[in-house]
Design a protein around this ligand. Structure first.
Ligand code: 6R9
Length: 652
């Protein structure tokens, strides 16, 4: 049975069209498709003027003359922080809750827009007093606490691009990112709460800025109250400088194309790419999509996006989109099973969450934990569910809808990337008849196609090709920080300069829906996190006992893909079985971070290579997924695969 026919039989008799009541109140109406098709630039200009407060109006919507480097809303000036905070207070909504914060240990804080305005102003004044000014880069390495939001908005206010580094990344990963962005200041915390315990953060920063570094000051939020090492010349407590700062700070307007942030993501080479975004276009798309796709109604909804702010989803759909729209949201610090496996559902019930945006890997984990867990809680407030990060299999989609969405809440499966800045392909929940497992169609204002190997667009159903974007969009990346060539080569050369190559395989179904089929490059997707095979390979090879390594993503029931590594030990290094494997796994965790830890490592004597020396990961994937090994004719030495398989069955 094919994927699609299975879907149809599973969903038969279910109503996948929006109810009239939902359609009636929805922000995203069918007319948007026509308006965008009739006048693409006019459509975006209108979205921007409607949703964003410009201090100075723009005089040109799109300047594509320097393609593939776009300029949007040219000549306009705005302040992203003003748009996310002050203007809601000015409009009389200062008492509206911006953030319901829920700490892992049960401590809570309720922050209104008026309070957030004061927090952001104080943080901006403190950053300036520490020498940060417009254009300086600030690295942020924080847990999911309200200070993370205030820190990002304070940077935006000053015009100092932030580079948020996920708190699960190692000191080495942090050091590389700090160096690439030449960050002047790092904002961190003593530690964070994870699974009922404290996990330190500051030691990683100490190690990352040790020796030669561009970093002058480290601003430290006290979260766990654990002891930390202290450098009097460099380290400053947040509560010392932020709490005492003035709560008045003028939000000076910046050019529409002023850099807002850099966010590092994995590419096909070992070196992470600093994806960089600017202000006016990014904010427009974040606000627009959060309104028409998540259907946020700021007066009545309680929105919860479960992402970490270290990922782009946290940037666009915790910080910039919902706050630009003046929404009320939940931010939760911890893990879903602390102190019990119903923690998320308890939070939904407690705050009356109406919109939940999460990832397929989380949904599959909840499926594994059992239906009885969410069933113990009142989830009737939920009226819309969202999914992001990887393809959601129809089974997980149906489970999500039935067990979390009361059998009727629309689910928006949203395809986008760090590079796109905002949602690109997704149903509009008040318009689209849903198709479980498919992200369906480009949203109004966005254009995509699927190309074959020759770069020709096609529309036949079930034929597999490459997803491309055919027009610039406001939230698009403006480049890779410090590397113009890599930007052109990665995204605008595979199919010529007309098409943005997303790196994802895709197909249409009979109804013309787009199905995303995963990465076609050497990037893996583990629990919705992008990891590059090359980066993990070089981490493994940096271990003194490893001569060579090959890494593949093998399908995994819960995490989508899992990291599987094959290593050749150096001459003289002994294979101590489990001990060797554990040591190498920990080494990867130390070099990159625990999320990059291989699920399994196999010590082998040879790797399958082509005559030109390229490792044939496809064959290793066959082994890792326990499949019959595919075509080996292009191997330099076709007996290699037998050696590897024998080694595996011998339990090595
Ligand atoms: C937002 C985000 C981007 C890659 C992307 C694709 C995969 C994301 C998806 C999806 C299928 C979806 N992806 N959403 N695949 N359906 N709804 O995840 O950004 O971390 O940069 O990852 O994630 O492969 O190319 P990022």
């Amino acid at each position: 049975m094919s994927e699609t026919s299975q879907t149809t039989s599973q969903t038969e008799g279910r109503d996948l069209a929006p109810t009239p009541e939902f359609a009636e109140q929805a922000n995203g109406k069918a007319e948007l498709y026509d308006a965008a098709a009739a006048d693409f630039e006019g459509f975006w200009a209108e979205q921007s003027r409607e949703r964003i407060s410009w201090s100075k109006d723009f005089d040109q919507t799109l300047d594509w003359s320097g393609a593939p480097f776009a300029k949007w809303f040219v000549g306009g000036e705005l302040n992203a922080s003003y748009n996310c905070v002050d203007r809601h207070v000015d409009a009389g909504n200062g008492d509206r809750v911006a953030i319901h914060f829920e700490g892992e240990g049960g401590d809570t804080r309720t922050i209104t827009y008026a309070e957030l305005q004061r927090d952001v102003a104080k943080a901006a004044n403190a950053l300036e007093s520490l020498g940060v000014s417009k254009g300086d880069r600030v690295a942020i390495y924080l847990p999911m606490i309200p200070e993370a939001v205030a820190a990002m908005l304070a940077c935006a206010r000053i015009g100092a691009p932030h580079s948020v580094v996920f708190g699960g990344f190692s000191a080495d990963a942090l050091r590389t990112r700090i160096a690439d962005a030449e960050a002047k200041l790092v904002i961190t915390a003593d530690g964070q709460f994870r699974r009922g315990k404290t996990a330190p953060l500051k030691p990683a920063v100490d190690a990352a800025v040790d020796g030669e570094s561009t970093v002058e000051k480290v601003l430290v939020v006290q979260r766990t109250k654990d002891d930390v090492d202290w450098n009097d010349d460099r380290d400053v407590w947040w509560h010392d400088v932020v709490d005492s700062a003035s709560d008045q700070h003028e939000a000076v307007a910046h050019d529409s194309e002023h850099p807002l942030f850099i966010l590092y993501t994995s590419g096909t080479t070992g070196k992470p790419k600093g994806i960089f975004h600017t202000t006016g276009g990014y904010l427009t798309q974040a606000a627009y999509t959060n309104s028409v796709v998540h259907d946020v109604h700021p007066e009545t909804d309680v929105y919860w996006c479960t992402a970490d702010i270290g990922w782009v989803t946290g940037h666009s759909y915790i910080v910039y989109g919902p706050l630009a729209n003046g929404a009320t949201q939940v931010i939760y610090e911890g893990t879903p099973d602390t102190p019990h496996q119903g923690r998320w559902w308890e939070i939904v019930q407690k705050y009356g969450v109406t919109i939940l945006y999460t990832a397929p890997t989380a949904i599959r984990t909840f499926m594994k934990w059992g239906d009885d867990i969410p069933a113990k809680f009142d989830l009737s407030s939920l009226r819309l569910l969202g999914s992001v990060g990887e393809p959601i299999n129809p089974e997980a989609w149906l489970w999500y809808r039935k067990n979390i969405g009361g059998g009727s809440a629309p689910i928006v499966d949203t395809w986008w990337q760090t590079e796109t800045g905002g949602i690109m392909i997704s149903p509009l929940p008040g318009v689209t008849e849903l198709e479980p497992g498919s992200a369906q169609k480009p949203i109004p204002g966005i254009s995509a196609e699927i190309l074959d190997d020759e770069g020709q667009p096609f529309t036949e159903a079930e034929k597999v090709g490459y997803l491309v974007l055919t027009k610039p969009w406001p939230g698009m990346l403006r480049g890779i920080w410090g590397d113009e060539e890599r930007y052109k080569e990665t995204y605008w050369s595979r199919f010529g300069e007309k098409y943005y190559f997303a790196g994802d395989g895709a197909k249409y179904d009979e109804k013309g829906n787009i199905w995303l089929l995963g990465r076609v490059d050497d990037v893996m997707n583990v629990s919705g996190h992008r990891l590059s095979t090359a980066e993990i390979e070089s981490a493994l090879v940096s271990h003194p006992t490893v001569a060579e390594a090959a890494v593949v993503g093998a399908s995994d029931e819960t995490t989508g893909q899992a990291v599987v590594a094959f290593v050749i030990l150096r001459g003289g290094a002994e294979d101590h079985g489990d001990e060797t494997v554990q040591e190498l796994r920990n080494h990867v965790a130390k070099e990159i971070g625990p999320i990059a830890k291989p699920r399994s490592i196999m010590v082998v004597s040879e790797l399958p290579k082509t005559r030109s020396g390229k490792i044939m990961r496809r064959l290793l994937r066959d082994v890792a997924e326990n499949r019959e090994v595919g075509d080996v004719t292009t191997l330099a030495d076709s007996s290699v695969m037998n050696l590897i398989k024998e080694g595996m069955s011998a339990g090595k």
